[in-house]
Structure formats: C-alpha cells, structure tokens
Write a protein that binds this ligand. Structure first.
Ligand code: GLU
Length: 304
C-alpha cells in the first residue's frame, strides 16, 4: 500500500542532507536574504488528505507560480479571445528572454514566461476595477484563506531592478499588444509575483488543477476544458527552457518560481508543492526538482 508520508519524510531527510543546494536568486535584492537550508514538501491527495514534511507552513515569495493563477483569472474573464494576445508554445528560452518577442511581433510564446505574464497582467488591469485587490481576493477564495497577502517589500525590490521586465513590457507595447501604460501593468505584475504563501497554502490553492476545477470547499472555479488547457500549458511551458527536462524526470504538469517553490499536479490524484530556495542554472529549484523526481519514481505515480 502506497504511503505518501514515508516517501515525503525520506525526501525531506535526503534534501536536508544534500550539500549542493543551488544558488539563491539575487537579481531581486529582497529574495537574496532567504536561508538556503529551508526545505518543505506538502502533498494533498484527491480526498483532501494533507501529507507534509519540513518547512511547509513558512511563507515564501511564490513569484512565477502566480502566473498560473493570473492566467486562470484572465482566461475565465476573456475566454478564448485570450489566445489572440498570447500563444501556447514552449519558448525553449529563459524566463526573461526578449529575442523571440521581437521576432514574433510582440505576441509572447506562452503565458508562463515573463512576457506572456505581462500581457496577462495587462488583461487583468483592463478588465478589473481594482486589479491588485481583486486578484488577491481570487487567490484567497480558491485557497479559502484570507491571510494570504502581498509582500510589498518584495514588489518594491523587484520594481527597482526589473529592467528586463520594463524592456519586455515596452517592446510588447511597441507592437500594440499592451493596452495600459507600462508602469501600471508592471506594478500589478510585481505585486502578483510578490504574493507570499506557504507550501500548505499553495497545495490548497493548486488542488483545483488536480480536482477538475473544484477547490477543497467543493466550489467550481474553472471548468474541465479550462483545467485541461492550463495543465497542458504547465506541462509544456512551466519550467522555461527546462520544461522538457521536468516532464522527462518528473512527469507531471507544474510551475516553478524564482523564490524556490515548485507546484506540480497529477489530475485526479494529487497536488504537490516543494520549497527549497536554491536554484539550478535554469532558474528552477534544484532540490525541488530532485524531490519531485524521487516522489514520482518512488510512488510510481506520474501522468505517463
Ligand atoms: N518576478 C520574477 C521576474 O519577473 C519572476 C520570475 C520567476 O519566478 O521565474 O523576473
């Protein structure tokens, strides 16, 4: 009989004992001060049973993981018109690359690279009266947790060094694919990235992607077709130029963030989140990737 708790405990011990933990992202100054030794893994199975090991209740900066949530909200508001503004192909490029954007006339390759998420942010800024407050409310309602909030010091920190994101937004604007002004859109984008959540809060939120769009309270947030599309985008585009490697080693749709978090889902089975702040050369959590590879290998559970 499969015992998730034993597997998670073994993963946590292995992670704590691994010397080579990767490098903390320092291009956002506020992220540079996180303790590299933090490690947490939380898994919520389809029945809503939570398994956890390590630092799973400590909040961290979830960064690009939020791109899945802004995509969900924008997709719900705009429907298939969304795909006129952003494509659904893997980029094969680092998260902040600009060259494809120039070649492809300001239509980002997918919503999970920075350029794509900036277009999604623009859509939310256009559609919502109070975008930052309404997006926060959306996440809180899926997680059923009103304590989730933005770390404004991280947002300000990124604003002061977000030169590539300003460049991307200006390039997109020059091609006419940004309706609002660059500063307003990026203010929203930097705040979404600065959401602070724990592994436990993240599994509660991403449970909808493993549970056909329904949260733990049994409310339907997205329909089956939307869930299929978003999970497909996570599988093909969730790890920048390491999406192939993640599918190859882990075999689940997922999304990483430079704060060191990774979420992964096995539809109709479970949702899992890891947090380890050290990143590999591709900007994905080094130990998180190893942990998820061990989870799907030891449990024999992956979508393949
Ligand atoms: N806020 C980060 C950026 O725009 C997100 C990158 C990530 O988490 O991968 O650079």
């Amino acid at each position: 009989m499969l015992n998730f708790q034993n597997i998670l405990d073994a993963i946590s011990v292995q992670a704590k004992n691994t010397q080579e933990k990767g490098k903390i992202a320092s291009y956002i100054p506020q992220l540079a001060c996180i303790d590299k030794n933090k490690f947490g893994i939380a898994l919520l199975d389809k029945n809503g049973t939570l398994f956890r090991a390590g630092d799973t209740s400590e909040q961290f900066s979830v960064q690009s993981i939020t791109k899945v949530l802004t995509l969900s909200m924008a997709f719900d508001l705009l429907g298939d018109d969304l795909w006129k503004r952003v494509d659904v192909e893997p980029s094969g490029d680092p998260f902040n690359h600009l060259s494809l954007l120039e070649q492809e006339n300001g239509k980002p390759r997918n919503p999970l690279i920075n350029a794509g998420a900036i277009v999604i942010a623009d859509i939310l800024v256009s559609k919502l009266k109070n975008p930052k407050a309404e997006f926060l409310e959306y996440v809180r309602s899926i997680a059923n947790d009103s304590s989730i909030t933005y770390d404004t010091s991280v947002a300000e920190s990124e604003k002061s060094t977000g030169f590539r994101n300003f460049a991307a937004a200006n390039l997109i604007k020059s091609f006419g694919n940004l309706e609002n002004d660059v500063d307003t859109v990026l203010d929203f984008y930097f705040h979404q990235c600065a959401l602070s959540m724990s592994c436990e809060q993240l599994v509660n939120t991403f449970y909808i992607f493993a549970n056909r769009g329904k949260c733990l309270q049994n409310n339907q947030h997205l329909n089956l077709s939307q869930i299929k599309r978003i999970n497909a985008i996570m599988l093909s585009c969730g790890f920048y130029d390491e999406a192939g490697e993640f599918a190859f080693r882990v075999g689940l749709p997922g999304k990483s963030g430079v704060g060191g978090g990774i979420v992964a889902v096995f539809p109709d089975n479970f949702c899992v989140v890891t947090w380890s702040p050290g990143l590999n050369e591709k900007g994905n959590s080094k130990l998180g990737l190893q942990a998820l590879e061990k989870l799907t290998t030891d449990s024999g559970l992956s979508i393949f």
